[in-house]
Design a protein around this ligand. Structure first.
Ligand SMILES: [Mg+2]
Length: 223
């Protein structure tokens, strides 16, 4: 606001032009994610707890198992995209979002990299990424993870084929070993990770902090 007013006064008094493309400050939600120690702490706390639970559960597994993770705001930090929106004053659009995805500039959610690295060392571990990024951008998403040191050859990416391809459909494919998961067979899922309620199956047997883990995202969501 201050910059806009200053600009108007400058324009009237000095006859100079106005450029008000950059806001003086970002939204509270974005500042919390990018600047607060509290956001870092909650993410680290979630992944530390998840590691204890997954390591203990993995010891009891005889057959193949996996963990299922969402990508955006769970593993990948897209505050750069949000900053871009707030600076330009634009609302979210599929077009600008895909442009961001193709640029492969997402960074890391605190704790995700260390957690994933430890899980990979457990016997028969498999990591499945279920994301609403479109499947046509799987290569870019994989490349972004690779740049961050998060990628492995046997990871499974179940990205969205079309709008009707909900996460619930893909979660069932993992549990039943059909559809895109036919070649892998059904996998026992030890833990689910996300920043939105739909990232985990609606199953009352799954307990928060034991089988399912939520990362904080105050910036966007369907609440
Ligand atoms: Mg997400």
């Amino acid at each position: 606001m201050k910059s806009a007013l200053t600009c108007v006064f400058s324009a009237i008094l000095l006859g100079v032009g106005c450029t008000t493309s950059k806001p003086e400050s970002f939204s509270t939600a974005l500042n919390w994610v990018t600047k607060s120690r509290e956001y870092q702490a909650v993410c680290l706390q979630t992944y530390a707890n998840a590691w204890e639970k997954v390591a203990a559960a993995a010891k009891k597994q005889k057959g193949p198992w996996a963990i299922v993770m969402d990508l955006d705001e769970t593993v990948l930090d897209n505050s750069g995209y949000q900053r871009r929106l707030e600076e330009s004053g634009e609302a979210y659009s599929q077009e600008s979002w895909e442009k961001w995805v193709i640029e492969e500039k997402s960074t890391l959610v605190p704790g995700a990299k260390e957690f994933i690295a430890k899980v990979r060392k457990l016997p028969r571990a498999r990591i499945i990424f279920i994301s609403n990024r479109y499947a046509r951008n799987t290569g870019h998403s994989r490349a972004n993870l690779e740049k961050l040191g998060l990628s492995a050859n046997n990871d499974i990416y179940l990205l969205r084929k079309e709008k009707a391809d909900t996460k619930t459909i893909r979660q069932k494919e993992v549990l039943q070993g059909n559809g895109r998961m036919k070649k892998h067979g059904a996998l026992k899922v030890l833990a689910w990770f996300g920043d939105a309620a739909h990232d985990v199956p609606a199953d009352s047997n799954l307990k928060w902090g034991t089988h399912k883990f939520m990362l904080p995202n105050p910036v966007y969501g369907n609440w």
